[in-house]
Write a protein that binds this ligand. Structure first.
Ligand code: CO
Length: 215
C-alpha cells in the first residue's frame, strides 16, 4: 500500500488485536471456549452505526451477551430485510428476552433529516426519519435551538422505532405465542456515557391499537 497513513490505521487494529488475544489467553473462566461453541445472548440491541456508541462498552457487557444490529439512526423499517432477518434470528432462534432500541443525542442522521440538503442515496433512508418528524412537526418546530430540535427528534424517533418493531409480524407472533419479550427505547448521552430509559417499554400488543395488534 502506498499511503503510509492508511497503512498505519489498519496496522493499529491488528496490533490492538494482540492485546485482545493476550486477554483471551489469560482468561481462566473458560468463557471464550464456551463462546466458540455458540452464543446465548438475552439482549438484542438496535443502535446507530455511529462509531461513538458501541453496544458492549456502553452497557458493561461482554462478548456473547448482546446480539447487535446497527444502521444509520437506529431505524426499524418494516420492509428492511436486513433488520427483519436479524430480528427473526434474535427472537426465533436465540430467544432473546429484551430488544433495546438505542438512539443517541447529536445523531448525524437525525440532524441531516431536519434539513432540506441533499446527501446522496442516504436521502431515501433519511425519509423514514422525516416521516417521524412529520408526525411530530408541531412539537419539533416549536423548539428553536437546532441541537435541542435534533435531540427531541432523536427521542421521538426511538419511540417510533420501538413501535415499528412491536408491529412486525415477528414480535407480534412472539407475543401471540406467549413468549416473554420486552421492547425498550433508550437514548445515549455521548458526553456523559449515560444510557437513558425513555420509559416506552412494550411487553405485549395490548396497547398497540386495533389494526396493529394481530389476533
Ligand atoms: Co447516529
Amino acid at each position: 500500500m502506498g499511503n503510509k497513513k492508511l497503512e498505519l490505521s489498519f496496522k493499529k487494529i491488528l496490533e490492538g488485536n494482540k492485546g485482545w488475544v493476550d486477554f483471551v489467553k489469560e482468561d481462566k473462566t473458560g468463557r471464550f471456549q464456551q463462546l466458540a461453541a455458540g452464543q446465548h445472548p438475552e439482549i438484542f440491541w438496535i443502535g446507530c452505526a455511529d462509531s461513538r456508541v458501541p453496544a458492549n462498552e456502553i452497557t458493561g457487557t461482554k462478548p456473547g451477551e448482546v446480539f447487535v444490529h446497527r444502521n444509520i439512526a437506529n431505524m426499524c423499517v418494516h420492509s428492511d430485510m436486513n433488520m427483519l432477518s436479524v430480528l427473526d434470528y434474535a427472537v426465533n432462534v436465540l430467544h432473546v428476552k429484551h430488544i433495546v432500541v438505542a438512539g443517541h443525542y447529536g445523531c448525524g442522521g437525525v440532524a441531516a433529516s431536519l434539513s432540506r440538503e441533499q446527501f446522496g442515496i442516504i436521502d431515501n433512508w433519511l425519509c423514514h426519519i422525516k416521516d417521524v418528524y412529520r408526525i411530530h412537526a408541531e412539537e419539533i418546530d416549536a423548539i428553536k435551538d437546532p441541537t435541542e430540535k435534533t435531540n427531541k427528534l432523536v427521542e421521538l424517533n426511538v419511540k417510533e422505532q420501538v413501535f415499528n418493531l412491536c408491529t412486525t409480524s415477528i414480535v407480534q407472533n412472539a407475543w401471540k405465542n406467549g413468549y416473554d419479550l420486552a421492547v425498550h427505547g433508550t437514548v445515549i448521552r455521548i458526553d456523559t456515557g449515560e444510557l437513558l430509559d425513555l420509559d416506552t417499554t412494550f411487553t405485549s400488543n395490548e396497547t398497540l391499537g386495533k389494526v396493529f395488534a394481530f389476533k
